[in-house]
Design a protein around this ligand. Structure first.
Ligand code: 5GP
Length: 115
């Protein structure tokens, strides 16, 4: 079964796409937690961070550099932002197609709420 994000990348589900190249696609999150909330997704399906291999080293670096580029384009680079990769249940992962969240545009507070 194609993932939700694979369908977005193929244009089968509409999205607000802000960047695309031969390795990654980036689009705005449908339920943003901040003024800027963009997902940077590899065009090939990799379910979780646990499934990354040495072969994906350059791809992961590219995802981070694309996020950095988009942060500058969105005008949030100087104030700062957060990059997040969620993995599996405890990480709160909902879509099993690896993605980097680029979140910013307001102060984001502490990284994780202390219990
Ligand atoms: P995760 O929890 O897997 O790290 O994040 C999945 C993200 O995908 C969530 O922030 C959620 O709002 C976003 N999302 C879920 N469905 C859609 C969709 O159909 N379109 C877009 N653009 N984002 C989605």
């Amino acid at each position: 079964m194609p993932t939700l994000f694979a369908k977005i990348i193929r244009g089968e589900i509409p999205s607000d796409t802000v960047y695309r190249d031969d390795r990654v696609t980036a689009f705005r999150d449908i339920n943003p937690v901040a003024p800027v909330h963009i997902l940077v997704v590899p065009n090939k399906v990799i379910p979780t961070v646990n499934d990354l291999t040495q072969d994906d080293e350059a791809l992961v670096g590219h995802m981070v550099l694309v996020a950095k580029h988009l942060a500058a384009k969105e005008g949030i680079a100087d104030d700062g932002y957060r990059l997040i990769l969620n993995c599996n249940a405890h990480g709160g992962q909902e879509v099993f197609h690896v993605h980097v969240h680029l979140i910013g545009g307001r102060p984001l507070g502490p990284m994780v709420q202390r219990k």
